[in-house]
Design a protein around this ligand. Structure first.
Ligand code: PMP
Length: 401
């Protein structure tokens, strides 16, 4: 049977990326990989989780832990998140929080909630690849969100053609893939633009807790609440995650926003998967309550060291003409090579001759541009691997000039 004959049109844009296919080959032990943007498994609070799961399965809670539960999420976890949001300058109640299976699911639901085919999503150029993947199923057009230019709301609206601009999506702190952070003035400008266009703002805060230096910037949602007085009057939807702080395999994230939106998303969740894993939410609640801050301090110290090793190695080994970001947190450094150098071709060559992996940047651009860019992750590498890998990469890039 030719299945493609009966696949719905929304599948047309859901293609396996050739990069992901290539990166699947990376298990070989002699490859130094800066490709995967994943946490270091040696830093997982495994002992604490062992105890938390064991407690959840104890006589008093096992019925809850293993039973169906409400779509909104496990109440004690939502309450813990309310406290965390308050610390970030986002006063809200439990009814403003929906637990999702990772923030990836929140992105999918927000696409489903907001995008009709042909509507426009404003995204960064580049932006998080997984956000494009989630939104693609809803057949949007993409336009470049660039708050640094003074592009008018009318101009954005006009470019949307027959559809309508529905939201601006941003990874605000130590973005994936660039490592850049949106400064205060730009955050304010995005709210102005969203107000003028009457659209939602999706604030992807996946890396928010991983700041290694510099002053924390208050979230877009906190700024909007300052202006409007009440979260229920706000258009920003904050997507949080425990993946980078505690453990991605448990798939627990959340959306925080106006109750009207949360209520509708609860219906989407009911229809899609009923609820996120009850026992995983219980374990996350237990571990977060006991040691979120101390655990996050520990992983930040480890990642800071790795970031510094990478920045130092880039300084030493990259030829003139290559520039890179200096992230204040997160997991990524973004390299720009001279125009004309194709980083996808460079990766193919690197895997053959230098045995170093990275992600070619064009995958993060909605229009496939940015062929002279690449993303390097430092979260899973050690000092020797970083020094040797960047040395090899510098040699490869120098030869490509
Ligand atoms: N947003 C960004 C910017 C990410 O980098 C990731 C994970 N790579 C996610 C969202 C999704 O993370 P999760 O679903 O594990 O919360």
């Amino acid at each position: 049977m030719d299945w493609h004959q009966i696949f719905a049109t929304r599948n047309d844009r859901m293609k396996a990326s050739e990069i992901r296919e290539l990166l699947k080959l990376l298990d070989q032990p002699d490859i130094i990989s800066f490709a995967g943007g994943i946490p270091d498994p040696n830093l997982f609070p495994a002992e604490a989780f062992k105890e938390a799961f064991s407690d959840a399965l104890g006589p008093e809670t096992q019925a809850t832990a293993l039973q169906y539960s409400v779509s909104e999420g496990y109440a004690p976890l939502r309450d813990w998140i309310v406290g965390e949001m308050a610390r970030l300058g986002i006063p809200c109640s439990r009814d403003n929080i929906l637990i999702t299976s990772g923030s990836q699911q929140a992105l999918d639901y927000l696409g489903k909630l907001l995008l009709s085919p042909g509507d426009t999503a404003l995204v960064g150029w580049p932006t998080y690849l997984g956000a494009l993947g989630a939104f693609n199923a809803y057949e949007p057009r993409y336009d470049r969100l660039d708050p640094e230019t003074n592009r008018s709301a009318e101009d954005y609206a006009e470019a949307a053609g027959e559809g309508r601009v529905k939201f601006a999506y941003m990874s605000v702190d130590f973005a994936n893939p660039t490592g850049r952070t949106l400064d205060a003035a730009m955050r304010e400008r995005v709210i102005d633009l969203a107000d003028a266009l009457d659209i939602a703002v999706i604030e992807d805060a996946a890396y928010q807790s991983l700041r290694y230096e510099g002053e924390a910037l208050s979230p877009v949602l906190a700024r909007e609440i300052e202006r409007k007085g009440d979260i229920n009057a706000c258009r920003t939807l904050y997507c949080g995650s425990f993946s980078k702080t505690l453990a991605p395999g448990l798939r627990v994230g959340w959306v925080c926003g106006a109750q009207d939106v949360i209520n509708q998303m609860v219906l989407l969740k009911q229809a899609a998967d009923l609820h996120s894993s009850t026992i995983n939410q219980m374990a996350i609640a237990t571990v977060a309550t006991a040691q979120f801050d101390s655990h996050v301090s520990k992983i930040k110290a480890a990642y800071l060291e790795r970031r510094d090793w990478m920045l130092q190695a880039l300084e030493t080994h990259m030829p003139a003409g290559v520039t890179w970001t200096r992230p204040e947190g997160g997991m990524f450094v973004w390299l720009e090579l001279p125009k004309g150098i194709d980083c996808a071709a460079l990766l193919a060559q690197s895997l053959k001759t230098e045995r170093v992996a990275f992600v070619p940047g064009h995958a993060f651009f909605a229009d496939g541009s940015g062929t002279n860019t690449m993303r390097l992750s430092f979260s899973n590498a050690n000092e020797d691997g970083i020094e040797e890998g960047i040395k090899r990469l510098g040699r490869l890039i120098s030869a490509a000039f």
